[in-house]
Write a protein that binds this ligand. Structure first.
Ligand code: HEC
Length: 217
């Protein structure tokens, strides 16, 4: 965690003198009023958002992995690819609606290019990557964005088993030829191969509006 904080300091600084003015005054006032009424401090909100982020990302992971395992059992790896291609994003959108937060996965080596990192996400992914390479345990992270009105919660995703390698591993040894051909036809710019067990695969990235946290408390 120490190292993550160290790496994220420049981001905090940039944000502090960045988009503050762009956040509408009324949103700020509304959140502040609600915080005052409920006697909540910024620290409490951040702590609550961290707990909430952990729980939503765990639910998201379970949902995705549950459906993925089922799809592989029913249709094999090739069929499951199609399943991921069509269903990964809608499964996560359902959580967006359920909780009023934005849930996504991002990676510098993404299969689906819509999962490539934003400017805000990239330094965090780099910090997680540094930690994995140096044997430092990754912890979830939370930081303010959009002038502090939104909290960005992140959690590292590591390649946990050979199961992942069947679609994200070495194309000559781990991925079946038919599966590889299907990946190539669905994702012309695929970067999500050649991973090994223990590598950083990407991270969960949740945008949690402060307002949503205050409303829950
Ligand atoms: C059946 C093949 C298959 C298996 C097995 C599989 N994945 Fe994927 N994975 C995909 C596909 C296809 C996508 C792109 C989904 C999309 O279009 O949104 C993807 C996307 C991802 C992403 C989002 C970033 C990106 O690359 O677009 C992460 C993170 C990820 N997988 C992690 C894992 C992990 C961890 C495992 C093992 C627990 C795993 N995957 C197992 C096929 C697979």
């Amino acid at each position: 965690m120490k190292h993550i904080i160290y790496f994220l300091i420049p981001v905090f600084l940039l944000m502090a003198c960045g988009p503050q003015e762009r956040v509408s005054k009324s949103v700020f006032e509304e959140v502040n009023k609600a915080m005052e009424a409920k006697k909540l401090s910024d620290a409490q909100i951040t702590q609550e958002a961290m707990i909430w982020g952990d729980s939503i990302s765990t639910e998201a992971q379970r949902l995705l992995m549950g459906s993925l395992h089922k799809a592989v059992e029913e249709k094999g790896f090739e069929g499951a690819l199609e399943f991921c291609n069509i269903n990964a994003s809608p499964i996560l959108s359902e959580l967006d609606e359920k909780y009023g937060v934005t849930v996504r996965r991002t990676s510098t080596r993404a299969r689906n290019k819509t999962n490539l990192p934003t400017e805000e996400e990239l330094p965090i992914l780099e910090a997680y990557q540094y930690n994995v390479e140096n044997g430092i345990k990754n912890e979830s992270n939370i930081q303010g964005i959009d002038g502090g009105e939104v909290l960005l919660y992140t959690k590292a995703i590591v390649v946990s088993s050979e199961f992942c390698l069947s679609c994200h591993g070495d194309p000559t040894n781990d991925i079946q030829e038919t599966v590889l051909r299907r990946i190539d036809s669905l994702y012309a710019e695929d970067l999500a191969r050649n991973f090994e067990i223990g590598n950083l695969r990407g991270m969960w990235s949740l945008k949690i509006p402060k307002r949503a946290v205050v409303n829950r408390l």
